[in-house]
Write a protein that binds this ligand. Structure first.
Ligand code: NAP
Length: 326
């Protein structure tokens, strides 16, 4: 119960967000925390948000109209510990005058770095090769064994040329690709500096040796990588997704990988998350999957916690947030 009416009430959806941010929040707000580090069930979320002025959440918490309705008229701010906002009904927030804070920029480098790790691990079959060391598959040296495509002289196509996409492109340059292509809703001036060329989506997917999804999940990008697109890609293509699982029709991706329509895939994001252990996609040799760890470096996660907390405090004070969804 809130005995200090001068402080706003904030609901925090898990107990283990980095303390650096939670301590900022504690100074200014009264916090109720879901004390279990698994995803809060919907019915508990609906109960716990009642009467709160702000919610500190993350990408696994679906903040839909029902949650906003349950929270009631005092809810003023949602602070999400993520740059992706596809789990929040933004239109409904806008309608209700609820401000949404998020964490762009601070996670850009970490996510670009992980995307490169996934790209290298997938093209050079690193995980598959590593397993051989432990399972007796490593016999005498063999000239064709564990070969994969390199990045040198490849055409790299980046879908979504925003903060992360641009940083991925910059990190690709030292690997000496033949060309870097990108598709976005708008052409970017910075592309010239990086040496990337704007092309339409169809050109991107048909001419690239490596396709990297760095877009947000929205109505236009949902399932955009589907059977039709995989069929039109080069058979030698390596597909990387560090954006959201929902941009890929995963069954179509499975079939494309299994049938050899595309060469390999590296995913940091899947549908669902976590993947079930009996998911058929886990039986494929030509896939590398990491468990949504794009921003998982220690400093980045601390920064994300600070930004989320400050967004909430500033938002509740009616001030400009560090990063607000507009
Ligand atoms: P951003 O700066 O907003 O960049 C997104 C880019 O995608 C923009 O260039 C945008 O184009 C483009 N885009 C959006 N809708 C499009 C469409 N329908 N067709 C073509 N291009 C489209 O966002 P960011 O900071 O780079 O983050 C991108 C996404 O990465 C996030 O939304 C999140 O889902 C994901 N992410 C994942 C992790 C992870 O742990 N794996 C970590 C961080 C972020 P315009 O600029 O022309 O509008």
């Amino acid at each position: 119960m809130n005995l200090d009416n001068s402080k706003p009430n904030v609901f925090v959806t898990r107990p283990d967000f980095p303390e650096v941010g939670i301590n900022i929040l504690k100074e200014k707000c009264l916090i109720t925390t879901w004390n279990n580090s698994s995803v809060i069930p919907k019915e508990e979320l609906l109960k716990h948000v009642v009467g709160k002025q702000a919610i500190f959440c993350y990408s696994a918490n679906k903040i839909d109209a029902e949650v906003l309705e349950a929270a009631g008229p005092y809810l003023k701010v949602i602070g999400t510990f993520s740059v992706g906002c596809d789990h929040i009904n933004l239109k409904e927030c806008q309608k209700r005058g609820i401000r949404v804070g998020y964490t762009p920029d601070v996670l850009t480098d970490a996510t670009a770095e992980l995307t490169m790790a996934l790209l290298l691990a997938t093209t050079r079959r690193l995980i598959e090769a590593n397993k051989q060391v432990y399972t007796g598959g490593w016999s005498s040296w063999s000239p064709k064994w564990m070969c994969g495509p390199g990045l040198k002289d490849s055409v790299i196509g980046i879908f979504g040329f925003g903060r992360i996409g641009q940083e991925v492109a910059k990190r690709c340059v030292p690997f000496k690709p033949k060309q870097i292509l990108y598709t976005s809703r708008t052409e970017k001036e910075v592309a010239e500096e990086i040496g990337a060329k704007y092309v339409e989506f169809k050109v991107l997917v048909t001419s690239s040796d490596i396709v990297i999804a760095c877009c947000p999940l929205n109505d236009e990008t949902r399932n955009i990588f589907n059977k039709n697109v995989f069929t039109n890609m080069k058979k030698s293509v390596v597909f990387i997704n560090s954006s959201r699982g929902g941009v890929v029709d995963q069954e179509d991706l499975y079939n494309a990988l299994k049938n050899g329509n595309i060469y390999a895939a590296g995913l940091d994001v899947t549908t669902p998350e976590p993947l079930q252990l009996d998911d058929p996609i886990l039986t494929l040799p030509n896939i590398v999957i990491s468990p949504h760890i794009g921003s998982a470096n220690i400093a980045t996660r601390n920064d994300m916690s600070i930004v989320t907390a400050k967004n909430i405090v500033l938002g509740l004070q009616g001030q400009e947030m560090i990063s607000e969804v507009k």
